[in-house]
Design a protein around this ligand. Structure first.
Ligand code: F0G
Length: 456
């Protein structure tokens, strides 16, 4: 088989800035050892997130020029609505400025004290929006998904039996809906199988509970189904997406991922009464229902992005290029979540630096070293992001200590990725010398964004 190449040529380039190691040590110190606080200009390869960092196509930029900026009833809204309906099949499509805006609206209306939201694994903003409403976010991931070293095709699956027991335990009247995150970002970018989606959907039907998707990476999830699940090899990705959404009652979406744009999102559903309530809140917080916090040009770019993201040459390149980085690291003995996920490679920090305890934040240590070594920015997904404190102020660690290297869509070439692998291997070779960190400042919610650290 020949090399799988980038299915595009480059029309416009953006220079990246080189720095020296000494400069980077100073930059990191000034940022309180938190890469979120580094100026992007000081980063050579930015793997902080795949969100809003996609390169848009010439057709998407053409859409930007076509954008109709009318306050109400803009032509671009109907283009957007049609594109989202083609994939989700949902009746009511509500634009939002990004995923968490959709979450905020949905959980403000349906959440509240005494309510529970089961999910395979909540992403941090989803959890924060559930908790902000006073409700409880409950992760019900299947067992294999909790073990970074175990290889399985659908590690994002929900534990269906545990879901049913949970519904019986807390009472279906206290569960406004069940959610599945496809792919499971916090659990390693791992996909959910069609079988699992069907099984979760039948449990929901049995207890008359709606099922919503957190659909950010639906196309990547669909492509994994095509590659790995029996009966889907000859279906088009679009057909697979349509089948996925046919099992749900609605979705929240961050278009900054699988709609290949820099901003945008939606909330979709079939329940008319709920849609009315959501639109009323949308008007207060986001804008009129035909633009919802976006410009007409953004809606056009999303519509075009949704056409491009289900292109199978694109998805083949996308999934293979993530796997390519994963393979290079694994071949050098670096522990990662296996198999490689769709949008990111997740280093298993517990095995990378086994001498560091969770309260020394092993993931943060690796993240800082990657920046110092090669100007690469990655993100800790471990006890900084998900850790809590008990009543005595002692850290309750996260289930896993991970470092995420998220790959922006259509942005970096194979040689950029080769360079990333070289840097990580270099850090791995001196892993025994890596030191832990302590937190010197933290915010009460989503602390990882603004926390400050000091090396131990
Ligand atoms: N759900 C999932 C699964 C996500 O990954 C994200 C964002 C959101 C919801 C929220 O969407 O950012 O548009 O408000 N994830 C980004 C990331 C930030 O880096 O993984 P948003």
């Amino acid at each position: 088989m020949k090399t799988i190449i980038e299915p595009f040529k480059i029309k416009s380039v953006e220079p990246i800035r080189f720095t020296t190691k000494d400069e980077r040590i100073k930059i990191l110190q000034d940022a309180g050892f938190n890469p979120f606080l580094i100026h992007a200009d000081d980063v050579l390869i930015d793997l902080l997130t795949d969100s809003g960092t996609s390169a848009m196509s010439s057709d998407q930029w053409a859409g930007v020029m076509r954008g109709d900026e009318s306050y109400a009833g803009a032509k671009s809204f109907y283009v957007f609505e049609k594109a989202v309906k083609k994939i989700t099949g949902d009746k009511f499509i509500i634009p939002t400025h990004q995923g968490r805006a959709a979450e905020k609206i949905l959980f403000s209306i349906l959440g509240g004290p005494g309510k529970y939201f089961p999910n395979n694994t909540h992403f941090d903003t989803t959890r924060a929006n559930v908790e902000f409403s006073g409700a409880e976010a409950v992760d019900i991931l299947n067992e294999v998904g909790k073990h970074p070293e175990q290889n399985a095709p659908f590690k994002g699956n929900m534990d269906v039996e545990a879901l049913e027991s949970f519904i019986k335990k807390v009472g279906k009247e206290n569960i406004p809906f069940v959610m599945l995150t496809i792919t499971n970002n916090s659990g390693g970018g791992q996909p959910v199988s069609m079988q699992n989606i069907k099984d979760v959907s039948s449990v929901c039907k049995k207890y008359k509970l709606p099922l919503f998707f957190d659909a950010c990476r639906f196309a990547e999830n669909a492509y994994f189904i095509k590659l790995r699940e029996k009966g889907y090899a000859n279906k088009s990705v679009l057909e697979i997406c349509q089948e996925i959404f046919s099992y749900a009652d609605g979705s929240t979406m961050s278009a900054k991922k699988d709609a290949l744009v820099n901003i945008g999102g939606w909330l979709s559903m079939n329940d008319e009464e709920l849609a009315m309530k959501c639109r009323n809140l949308l008007i207060v917080t986001e804008g009129f229902p035909t633009y919802g916090g976006l410009a007409g040009r953004d809606l056009e770019a999303i519509a075009q992005g949704l056409e491009e993201v289900v292109d199978e040459h694109y998805l083949q390149y996308r999934i293979r290029s993530t796997e390519y980085l994963g393979e290079k690291l694994m071949n050098n003995g670096i522990p990662i979540i296996e198999p490689p996920g769709g949008h990111a490679i997740y280093i298993d920090a517990k095995r990378f630096v086994p001498h560091l305890k969770p309260e020394e934040y092993p993931g943060q240590s690796i993240v800082c070293e990657m920046y110092i070594e090669g100007g690469i920015r990655a993100c800790e997904i471990g006890s900084i992001m998900f850790g809590k404190y008990d009543n005595d102020g002692k850290l309750i660690p996260a289930m896993m200590e991970l470092v995420r290297m998220a790959i922006p869509r259509r942005v970096y070439t194979q040689s950029h990725i080769d360079y990333v692998a070289e840097v990580v291997i270099e850090v791995f070779n001196r892993r025994e010398k890596l030191k832990g960190y302590k937190i010197t400042y933290e915010a009460p919610l989503l602390r990882h964004f603004t926390a400050q650290f000091a090396p131990l």
